[in-house]
Design a protein around this ligand. Structure first.
Ligand code: HSE
Length: 438
């Protein structure tokens, strides 16, 4: 930001909204509230696709339009707040706003995850700010703490539940006998899950979010294709029952950690010991666990989605921009790129594995499965024969391994699957390691 963009004379508090959906309505309400007015905020324009649609907020006459130029080209607008979601045209509008010398606040995780570096550079080149606190963890402050309060730390690791929809689904399934399909339908009925739940249940949403956090925490630009991603569709109700018998629950975890001289970023369902705090983060709540070399472990928990929590983060960014705009100074920049921290492949990850197999219930089966694991240098910690179906001659077998390399485990799974009617691997879930837990 340069002095001209920050001078008090120029600080009029004019805001242009791109998108007035559920979150946009809550943000507009906050701008129009007595508190917003007291702080000198003015809603100058709001862009929507359909101006005739009923909304949760009554906007001042003349503010609503379907023409983006009424915000992007307006000299009255100092801060553009983008809440449309999706990659395009949001990316284009944010770029146009920055090039026009407007400060931008966005909640758009897809745009920041895919184009953050380009947009940050565009903001710097145009002496304006780009803020995106609401893009990760809804109302949880995590972006600004990483940029500000934790800037002096070397961050060692992040581990998070950053998708509320899947955490709601998994919590329902953990509560007893609820299938994935029923839990998903329930989440859709309550408005957590979209009609097309792909972004959430196949973990794209969590991948966008952990890539944003990893960039800020480690100074590493992590292309989403380089993040190991596995969603929750394979997780069945019996996995919860068996996991519980073994002392675990199942969570969709997003993690980024320094290990073996590099950075490994991964998103997948994981067995989490029932007695660690993360196991008790239920429903649509989110949590981010961070570990810094100076600060030690941190725990940030809160509502990761929804109109008001997201508006809380967006308005925090708006007010922060405004106070810098009025008082002069700079907002902090992201850490410079760290060229000495290469991205690691998931194949090198090491953990214990929970494996659920459906096998023929007859002599010699276990020996063949143990052989396939042993050939790949994987040591078995325990074997439990769970439900059996005498009519079909099948049984569920749960094998817990000692820590093993991901690459070896994948090869062993292929071999067991190839054993045909001897054994079929129904699910493999990584066991998350916690220093003080089992
Ligand atoms: N769909 C997201 C979630 C909320 O379920 O957490 C928006 O980021």
């Amino acid at each position: 930001m340069n002095a001209s963009n920050l001078s008090p004379n120029n600080a009029r508090g004019g805001i242009g909204l791109l998108g007035v959906g559920i979150v946009g309505s809550a943000v507009a309400s906050s701008i129009l509230s007595a508190e917003g007015q007291r702080r000198g905020l003015r809603l100058c324009g709001a862009i929507v696709r359909d101006t005739t649609r009923q909304r949760d907020v009554e906007l001042p006459a003349g503010t609503l339009s379907s023409d983006p130029d009424t915000v992007l080209g307006s000299p009255d607008v100092d801060i553009v707040v983008e809440l449309m979601g999706g990659e395009e045209p949001a990316m284009e509008y944010i770029s146009v706003a920055l090039c026009a010398g407007k400060h931008v606040v966005t909640a758009n995780k897809e745009v920041i995850s895919k184009h953050g570096e380009k947009l940050r550079n565009l903001a710097t080149a145009n002496n304006v700010s780009l803020q995106y606190e609401a893009s990760v963890g809804g109302g949880i402050p995590i972006i600004n703490p990483l940029l500000n309060d934790l800037a002096a730390n070397q961050i060692l690791g992040l581990r998070a539940i950053i998708n509320g929809t899947t955490n709601y689904i998994l919590t329902q399934m953990a509560s007893g006998g609820v299938s994935f399909d029923d839990a998903l339908a329930d989440a859709q009925r309550l408005g957590f899950a979209e009609a097309d739940p792909t972004a959430d249940v196949d973990a794209f949403d969590a991948v966008y979010k952990i890539s944003i956090l990893a960039r800020l925490a480690f100074g590493v630009d992590v292309p989403i294709e380089n993040i190991f991603r596995e969603g929750i569709r394979r997780t069945a109700s019996q996995d919860f029952r068996y996991a519980e018998e073994l002392g675990y629950t199942i969570k969709l975890l997003a993690a980024a950690r320094r290990e073996n001289g590099g950075l490994l970023v991964r998103v997948h369902p994981a067995l989490v010991p029932s007695d660690v705090p993360m196991a008790k983060v239920e429903g649509a709540l989110n949590v981010v666990e961070a570990e810094g070399d100076l600060v030690g472990p941190l725990w940030l928990q809160g509502r990761g989605a929804g109109a008001e929590p997201t508006a809380s983060a967006v308005m925090g960014d708006v007010l922060r921009t405004l106070s810098v705009l009025r008082g002069g100074g700079h907002l902090p920049q992201a850490r410079p790129i760290n060229p000495d921290l290469p991205l690691l492949e998931m194949a090198r990850h090491e953990c214990k594995y929970y494996t659920r197999l459906t096998v023929r219930d007859r002599p010699g089966v276990l020996a063949q499965i143990a052989g396939a694991l042993g050939d790949m240098d994987i040591s078995i910690a325990s074997v439990l024969q769970m439900d059996s179906d005498p009519d079909r001659g099948n049984a569920d077998l749960v094998i817990m391994t000692h820590p093993a390399r991901e690459a070896n485990m994948q090869r062993a799974v292929e071999r067991i699957d190839a054993l045909g009617d001897v054994g079929t691997v129904a699910n493999v879930i990584r066991v998350e390691s916690y220093p003080s837990a089992r």
